[in-house]
Design a binder for this molecule. Structure first.
Ligand SMILES: Cc1ncc(COP(=O)(O)O)c(C=O)c1O
Length: 300
């Protein structure tokens, strides 16, 4: 049992695993799951990298919940900041100016590459939706290219941009085209090494752009490091190659850093490992909520 486990924690005073599990099974609908066969693990509290249930049984949280507790659970500075903010102002409409919102945006921009100027506060899937809309409005084009090995969220365009199996029954948004991203272990390109995989994946992407009509493509949307698809590190030169293709054809490059961003790869943004920068960065999870805008000064 964790030494910090506090049996008097308000949510645990009268609850036990059986009661919480029963409540969940009776009333809670879970995402992306066949409801009838679910048997969720009960979690009563957490500290750092550990979580525990109501009996005090402790587990290491190897998945950081949904890969979002980048600095661990219940960091005292985060808890204090949330408590202080809740005591002064719990909510604010988008139209107003607010110290915390402005300060957070200023600090995020300080970490972003040169030319990034604004933060648009969103949830992960919403941030992808808005990045897609911005790219369409900015270019006057409609198609969005994204990878088969990807997840971008469960809303209209975000799930249509997603490559994995969850897209197929949910494809109601139009204008989405998919391509194969590099993954040497299960190469779609019969490649023998990383260099070959990279070169062939870039040739494939060029062909997809040409075949879809370069003047019709608004954006390429990629997870910098695909996460849900299996933590697939792209070949070193791949993202630079995608950047070049986007520039050549006037396509907006959106990097989804919802899972990989905000320190998870050892840098603030995962694309910093690849000596390139996108036009739009999408982040959420460990990076709170948001979307950074890049080369948009004239437009904004
Ligand atoms: C890469 C990526 N993009 C977008 C999302 C969607 O974020 P959210 O669930 O906060 O809407 C996720 C969620 O797992 C993700 O991993």
């Amino acid at each position: 049992m964790n030494a910090n486990f506090d049996a008097s924690y308000p949510t645990s005073h009268s609850a036990d695993n059986r009661y919480v599990h029963g409540l969940d099974r009776q009333y809670v609908f879970h995402s992306w799951a066949q409801q009838g066969s679910l048997d969720p693990m009960v979690i009563a509290g957490a500290q750092g990298c550990r979580v525990w249930d109501y009996s005090g049984r402790e587990y290491l949280d190897f998945s950081s919940q949904l890969v979002n507790t980048n600095i661990g659970h219940q960091h005292p500075r985060v808890v204090n900041a949330i408590q202080a903010q809740a005591a002064s102002l719990c909510t604010i409409a988008p139209a107003h100016a607010n110290l915390a919102r402005g300060e957070a945006a200023k600090r995020i921009i300080a970490k972003a590459p040169d030319g990034f100027s604004k933060v648009f506060y969103q949830c992960g899937a919403d941030a992808n939706e808005n990045a897609i809309r911005m790219a369409r409005l900015y270019t006057g084009r409609s198609k969005i290219l994204s990878a088969y090995r990807s997840y971008h969220g469960n809303t209209g365009s975000a799930i249509a941009a997603t490559g994995d199996w969850r897209r197929v029954p949910n494809e109601y948004a139009s204008g989405h085209v998919h391509f194969f991203n590099p993954h040497l272990y299960r190469s779609e390109f019969w490649a023998r090494d990383e260099e070959e995989e990279c070169e062939r994946a870039l040739t494939h992407l060029r062909r997809v752009i040409e075949c879809e009509g370069a003047n019709a493509v608004a954006a390429i949307l990629l997870e910098t490091i695909p996460g849900t698809a299996g933590v697939l590190l792209p070949p070193k030169a791949y993202l630079q190659g995608v950047r070049k293709l986007a520039d050549e054809f006037g396509i907006v490059l959106i990097l989804d850093e919802v899972m990989a961003g905000f320190g998870r790869t050892g840098r603030w943004f995962a694309f910093e490992h690849y000596d390139m920068a996108p036009d739009l960065i999408v982040f959420a999870k460990g990076g709170q909520l948001g979307l950074c805008t890049g080369r948009w000064r004239d437009y904004l």
